[in-house]
Ligand binder design. Sequence first.
Ligand code: MG
Length: 160
Amino acid sequence: MAQVRIGNGYDIHQLVAGRSLILGGVKIEHELGLLGHSDADVLTHAIMDALLGALSLGDIGHYFPPTDPQWAGADSLQLLAQVAELIQAQGWQVGNIDSVVVAERPKLKGHIAAMRDRLATVLQIQPEQIGIKATTNEKLGPVGREEGIAAYAVALLEAI
Ligand code: MG
């Protein structure tokens, strides 16, 4: 059996007026967007933490601290590309990623194919290696009240 490592990641960002909603590198039309130091792409952040976690490399806050003006408004896909480079440099490749976005609104179904394409391109893998599921929180808690959007991800890495 190939040498493998598994990691998991979680993230949540507040929904506010006057910000863009970007998930998996895809800009989605909505009256609210996610608040954060970077573009606040909660799905990409959860995936980055899963990838880093698989190799016990810490978390995204360590590499891209929210206090560093260098990452203000950063395109999270560019941060993901840096994480991908780090993983490859350590001798690992992505086997597969699975993820869940928890959002009461908007409906994400029509955007998932585009998100998989964008993430796969950055990670230099096939879209078939990335699972993205969307669910609501059944109106429960802060996500259910549309105060934020959360994302969970797991990643399996294989030794090159
Ligand atoms: Mg985040």
